[in-house]
Write a protein that binds this ligand. Structure first.
Ligand code: FDM
Length: 212
């Protein structure tokens, strides 16, 4: 690989509405970085494989009902249970491409009417991403793409609210990508930004914590 012994991996997060193309783009970034000789893993939240993840999955597929605060804390717990593994991987030089993170956590729960600061609180102390890529698409355009499944949040009116909270959360460090472009064009833009950040992290940029 291209890694020095003391260089760390980058924590790269993709965010956006349902059907914005996050998942396809994450899976395209993976072989690209691997092909360049980087150690890289593809992660996603919620991680439905854990016992907390199974509770989340049952909730999302409407097989269980939970209070809005309770499910919020489960999503957060699902990130906390992966935190030490995340740190270990990054310190060992592995770049993590993560499909959704704390920003989804806050945007989706705030969209239900829970206070933003309350939503952020359980995320404090998780690892801060080195890069947030926001795949920007109007909710109406995303809905037109079809493929909304039958999961709990996959409705246009709710996605509109989520989009508003993503707006509140975004800061100047986020890279906003126009997700209405062709898959190839989005991919090209992502490759450039991501590679740049992977190299910066290899050079020893320190890890930081949310929210910073
Ligand atoms: N979601 C995702 C949340 O509400 N909170 C969170 O913390 C996370 C990570 O879960 F509608 C929502 C976003 C989405 C749903 O996500 C499942 P995927 O990407 O479709 O698996």
């Amino acid at each position: 690989g291209v890694n020095n012994n003391d260089s760390r991996g980058a924590l790269i997060v993709l965010e956006g509405l349902d059907r914005c193309g996050k998942t396809s783009q994450s899976s395209r970034l993976f072989p690209y970085l691997e092909g360049l000789g980087h150690s890289v893993e593809l992660w996603r939240f919620p991680d439905r494989s854990t016992s907390v993840g199974k509770m989340i999955s049952a909730y999302l597929s409407n097989q269980s009902q939970l209070d809005d605060h309770t499910i919020h804390l489960l999503f957060s717990a699902n990130r906390w249970e992966k935190r030490s593994m995340m740190e270990t991987k990054l310190k060992a030089g592995t770049t993590l491409i993560v499909d959704r993170y704390s920003y989804s956590g806050v945007a989706f729960s705030s969209a239900k009417g829970i206070d933003v600061e309350w939503c952020k609180a359980p995320e404090i102390g998780l690892l801060a991403p080195d890069l947030v890529l926001y795949l920007d698409i109007p909710p109406e355009k995303a809905a037109e793409r079809g493929g909304y499944g039958s999961e709990r949040y996959e409705h246009l009116d709710f996605q509109r609210k989520v989009a508003q909270y993503y707006q509140i959360l975004r800061d100047s460090s986020w890279k906003i990508i126009d997700a209405c472009q062709s898959i190839e064009e989005v991919e090209k833009q992502l490759r450039e930004i991501v590679l740049d950040h992977v190299i910066t992290c290899h050079k020893g940029k320190p890890l930081s914590l949310l929210w910073s």
